[in-house]
Design a protein around this ligand. Structure first.
Ligand code: CA
Length: 411
């Protein structure tokens, strides 16, 4: 439900929040952790224009976890109070602002568990067709959101350099595998969702309540080594091809901020099964979020856009992923992270990873420098961007998630 905090006419006394192109107007209020250079302490902040509001000093909340674990109604109330603070200037309010450019941004929280899904049917079909031309989708795909358990220890904040991994790969299909550096490093454009209140072990989350267990979303890059993946993924799914690094953006846009952009998922074809009752979340729990990938090689002056898609084209919603994840009684906890899976749409320009965009490397992308890319080279920077627009709503953004690929360590 939208409320007064979503009114597109609202203007903050923080003037940079009122500029047309900002990702962080007063209608957004994404949370992030930052370190204050004055006392060196980690604090909870809210992005507002080009500034960070010190929520720890203003509202006494020491961490994002302290907000995540609150019930939905309390999170809605806190949003109203932060909105009010940024709408009406009080004496001394400016003292609680830090320029974002001067703040050291920190990871949102210690990620508990990380699970990654595969919720775009366009991505699953494109990738499935490359590996199994006559059988791209497994029989379970339209019945449950397929996922695997990822690795929380290698989740890094945007801006962290990502080292090219080594692993087992098969250079010569007739010969044995070798242990060497991956030559098929890829990005995956995803949305990450951080969990709010959890469930007790053994108690599934009812489908209609699943959305209230979501805290917020951030941009997520699920770096992938395709050559390692090809060799290892059967029968138990991806493992070391994914766990070398996953980047997340520092700003977590709350589910409350996304309310004006909530929409019905794309209708399923009549021949597809309807979700079973435990995954029937009500049908209005998709989100219209434009998501883009940009690439800048070491020789390029500025980045070039590689793809643009929309999160509303996903076959499964975040709430369905939550309901499915807990449906066996597995406890989810505040600060757990789920990845949506690569966000790809029906068109070639919507393909959210190089594996798809270059058709497994067979159709290289040409860069303005004359360079070509089948997969990522050392020095390449991948930049994810995202934002929401809708009639009658103020545009809000998710900021950026960046990472540069650096050379593998010498063997
Ligand atoms: Ca993924």
């Amino acid at each position: 439900m939208t409320d007064q905090t979503h009114d597109p006419a609202l203007q903050s006394w923080v003037e940079s929040a009122n500029e047309a192109g900002t990702d962080f107007p007063v209608q957004n209020l994404p949370y992030g952790m930052f370190r204050d250079s004055r006392d060196g302490l980690a604090r909870l902040g809210v992005a507002i224009g080009t500034q960070v509001l010190d929520v720890t000093a203003a509202f006494g909340l020491k961490s994002m976890k302290a907000v995540m674990e609150k019930p939905k109604a309390e999170r809605v109330d806190l949003r109203r109070r932060i909105s009010g603070f940024l709408l009406t200037r009080e004496r001394g309010s400016e003292g609680l602002l830090t320029p974002m450019a001067a703040a050291e941004l920190l990871p949102p929280c210690e990620i508990g568990d990380y699970s990654d899904f595969y919720a775009s049917i366009h991505h699953a079909t494109n990738v499935g067709t490359m590996f199994r031309p006559d059988n791209p989708l497994m029989p379970n795909y339209k019945w449950l959101p397929v996922g695997y358990h990822g690795r929380a220890s290698s989740i890094v904040l945007s801006g962290t350099r990502v080292r090219r991994p080594r692993g087992q790969l098969v250079d010569n299909p007739a010969g044995p595998p070798v242990y060497g550096e991956s030559r098929r490093v890829d990005y995956e454009l995803e949305l990450g969702a951080l969990l709010g209140p959890g469930n007790a072990m053994g108690e599934p989350i009812p489908a209609e309540q699943a959305a209230s267990h979501l805290f917020g979303v951030c941009l997520l890059n699920d770096w992938s080594a395709r050559d390692i993946q090809t060799w290892e993924y059967q029968p138990l799914g991806p493992f070391l091809s994914k766990s070398f690094a996953t980047s997340i953006a520092p700003w977590v846009v709350t589910m409350e901020a996304l309310e004006p952009f909530r929409c019905a998922p794309e209708p399923r074809p009549a021949s597809d099964p309807q979700p079973l009752p435990h995954l029937a979340t009500g049908g209005h729990d998709a989100y219209s979020i434009t998501l883009e990938v940009w690439l800048r090689s070491a020789r390029m002056a500025g980045p070039m856009r590689l793809s643009r898609g929309n999160f509303s084209t996903m076959y499964w919603t975040l709430a369905q992923m939550v309901a499915h994840h807990a449906s066996n009684g597995c406890p989810l906890r505040p600060g757990d992270l789920i990845g949506s899976g690569t966000v790809s749409g029906p068109l070639k320009e919507n393909r959210g990873c190089l594996l798809e965009a270059t058709c497994r490397g067979t159709e290289p992308i040409e860069l303005p420098t004359g360079e070509t890319r089948r997969f990522l080279e050392d020095g390449d920077e991948v930049i994810l961007r995202g934002w929401c627009e809708a009639a009658g709503a103020r545009r809000i953004g998710l900021g950026e998630c960046r990472g540069v690929v650096e050379a593998a360590l010498a063997p």
